[in-house]
Write a protein that binds this ligand. Structure first.
Ligand SMILES: [Fe+2]
Length: 492
């Protein structure tokens, strides 16, 4: 951008807020980092609400106070880090932030889509989930049932089919040895009708020589853990920024950026902002190109590379001492099928140094706190197939994923799955947090000690969403410290 254009832009921005601006004030503002211009102009207008013309003095006051806030904020953050110091070495090397990627397909993808890949994939799914279930039940192989007389048994199987009759539900289960039909009736029928194809469960009941009359359906589920303790730092959860879309909510985003930089009027919010060591973004960083028919009419930036350039500029506004973890979604420039690898270097290298890129899903630890990140595409399938779930309460769908210990239980629905030799979508390790996005609605819950958060979006309702009658809840951020959840609204 040429200097003359910057001056014009400054005049235009002040005019939009209802102010004239003196040339000496423009000279001062022109020397600033353009990415900070919006927030500075907003602060000036707020400070000078009774003025008619903005002078150089008005600008100086705001610039000086921002400098003070920043210095103040840096000092406090250093003090905070010292308090939580474990090893001086760690602090010196990485600002006392220890990030580990436990599970991520990035760099490990080896599927070619051959039949044997699918066999290996479903065997991996079955084996992982059966291992969890075997800690609670003592199953017999399905093929062994033929030799048994009428008796109580337990089996583990992958759900092949669910058929509802007047009084019962017939569930076809398959293991590596054979098939069996389990009949669930009475109260168990309701539970059976919510079973999803390809999920792995255990059923106990009476084997009558032909059918298994179920008396219990056991999900892999997560164990109960009610312990909550303050981690001594917070994580901010966001998702679906959709940079590049013409419905991207720039003003709400700027308010979030101001908050992250401790530029807030309320001391309580300042304290929350100071406590944030990590920001996690659960996918759809950019709006992408060619994601749905007619998308080009809803793009502000039509070039994918430029979308990521813009995204990187926006992420750079988050203080550099905060680590930002970015996982992709279905709008990002990686393969559509899950598990998705992290953003390729071509785009990842545009982002500042405090950004860590991971795949989708990714299991990571942040100073020992285990976070399962998943974009959330399977939420669409769950809401379609389980009538009591809704887009208004996405956290309830996430709880169903935890119960099934799988991030995308159904194969062949809206969420495509790549048949990797290992099923990366199984929730093998119980996380402290499950973080998703995708459906652009917000919701949090605690399920058996796991904090479940579906972050919203930074995009207002698109034409596509209008047609689908989807109502986003944009600009809401959850900040969690292991004990307390704070929900902050940045969209007006
Ligand atoms: Fe999205």
């Amino acid at each position: 951008m040429v200097i003359k254009d910057v001056a014009k832009l400054i005049v235009k921005k002040f005019a939009f807020e209802g102010f004239n601006v003196h040339p000496s004030a423009i000279e001062l503002l022109k020397t600033m980092d353009p990415s900070e211009l919006d927030s500075v102009i907003k602060s000036i207008c707020k400070n000078c609400s009774s003025s008619f013309i903005i002078t150089a003095e008005d600008v100086k006051k705001v610039l000086e106070s921002r400098l003070e806030i920043r210095n103040h904020s840096n000092v406090k953050k250093t003090e905070y880090s010292n308090k939580n110091k474990i090893e001086p070495k760690i602090k010196n090397q990485s600002n006392n932030q220890k990030i580990q990627v436990i599970k991520d397909v990035s760099g490990n993808s080896c599927c070619q889509g051959k039949i044997e890949d699918f066999v290996a994939y479903f065997n991996s799914r079955y084996d992982k989930l059966a291992t969890i279930l075997k800690k609670r039940i003592n199953p017999v192989p399905i093929s062994a049932l033929r030799k048994l007389k009428s008796q109580n048994v337990e089996v583990i199987g992958m759900v092949n089919d669910v058929r509802e009759t007047n009084n019962s539900c017939i569930v076809e289960l398959e293991d590596k040895t054979g098939l069996v039909c389990a009949i669930a009736s009475g109260k168990l029928k309701d539970c059976a009708t919510e079973l999803l194809g390809d999920e792995v469960i255990a059923v106990s009941g009476l084997w009558n020589g032909r059918y298994l009359i179920a008396d219990r359906i056991v999900f892999p589920d997560v164990p109960i853990n009610g312990n909550k303790k303050d981690w001594g730092f917070s994580i901010a959860f966001i998702s679906d920024t959709h940079f590049g879309s013409n419905t991207f909510m720039g003003e709400a985003w700027q308010r979030f950026v101001n908050f992250m930089n401790c530029e807030v009027s309320d001391e309580r919010f300042e304290k929350i902002a100071e406590s944030i060591k990590y920001v996690i973004i659960a996918g759809d960083i950019v709006d992408g190109v060619g994601i749905y028919p007619g998308q080009e009419n809803e793009l502000e930036i039509t070039d994918i590379y430029e979308q990521y350039e813009f995204a990187a500029e926006q992420i750079e506004k988050i203080p550099s001492e905060v680590k930002v973890i970015i996982s992709p979604g279905n709008h990002d420039a990686v393969r559509q099928a899950e598990p998705q690898p992290k953003l390729p270097d071509e785009f990842a290298s545009l982002f500042p140094k405090n950004v860590i890129h991971v795949g989708n899903p990714a299991l990571i630890t942040l100073d020992g706190v285990k976070v399962q990140i998943y974009h959330g595409r399977s939420i669409d399938d769950l809401i379609t197939d389980i009538p009591r779930l809704s887009y208004e309460k996405p956290e309830e769908a996430l709880i169903e994923l935890l119960k099934r210990r799988h991030l995308s239980p159904q194969y062949g629905k809206k969420s495509p799955i790549a048949p990797e030799k290992e099923d990366y979508l199984v929730i093998e390790e119980v996380p402290d947090v499950l973080h998703s996005g995708h459906v652009h609605t917000f919701g949090t819950a605690f399920y058996r000690g796991v904090f479940v958060v579906n972050s919203s979006t930074w995009q207002s309702q698109t034409e596509f969403q209008k047609k689908m009658n989807l109502n986003p809840m944009p600009g809401i951020v959850a900040v969690y410290n292991g004990k307390n959840v704070v929900k902050l609204r940045f969209a007006r």
